[in-house]
Design a protein around this ligand. Sequence first.
Ligand code: KIV
Length: 275
Amino acid sequence: MSATARKTAPLPDDIRAMKGTTPIVSLTAYTTPMARMMDGPCDVVLVGDSVGMVLHGLPSTLGVTMEMMILHGQAVARGLKTAMMVIDMPFGTYEESPAQAFRNAARLMAETGATAVKLEGGVHMAETIGFLVARGVPVMAHVGLTPQAINTLGGYKVQGRAAAAEPLLADARAVADAGAFAVVLEKVPATLADRITGEVPIPTIGIGASAGCDGQILVVDDMLGLFTDFRPKFVKRYATLGEEGEAAIRAYAEDVRARRFPGPEHVFSDKVPGA
Ligand code: KIV
């Protein structure tokens, strides 16, 4: 079903059923106004842990906390009616054991109303994914470049080239077998992303992957061009709000200094209304 025709948010099984038929549209959101803009056009809205870098100026996603995710998750939930909300599990809140993952996933879902959680990792997270799904927590998996592992991956590099292709395919298979309803493929060569999409039974959602994936996701601030100094190859800029915002702030500053703002239309008279 098209997102605009929907009256209620899709469930994980609805997203799973879109594999190979209808491309899944997804963006990240961190605030109510952004979520409102996406509700309708998007099938899935992800409260990504990218919030740490995008809104809080952190150098990576490693410093993101449960409290940050819950606060932004609650804000996003207020803006959504027809898109499914997925929330990222922050670094250090799920890797230790399936029980730790369940405790924190349940808290994220209970306190934000998210339908599902997303966590990073392939083969080594399969047991945890199975544990969560069996206990009522739908899981979106995330393989390829997993930003919470930048210190072991050696930075934000493309994953799965040459000999690394088979292990990445094994990661995608493992999360699907464990019960994930979809898998994000981040920074994966297009041919490998197409192969994974053809071989795993759950939808693949690409970011820096391939147009052949079952869906696409981008960080909303990137696609709106809110950053003037950050232009990764995999991001298509659909607007240049960063440049426009800077120009607007400069114009405001000039107006205030020249006493051009506020104008007569922006101030109040002393006339009592109705008198
Ligand atoms: O945190 C995030 O924004 C993500 C992406 C898939 C975009 O995980």
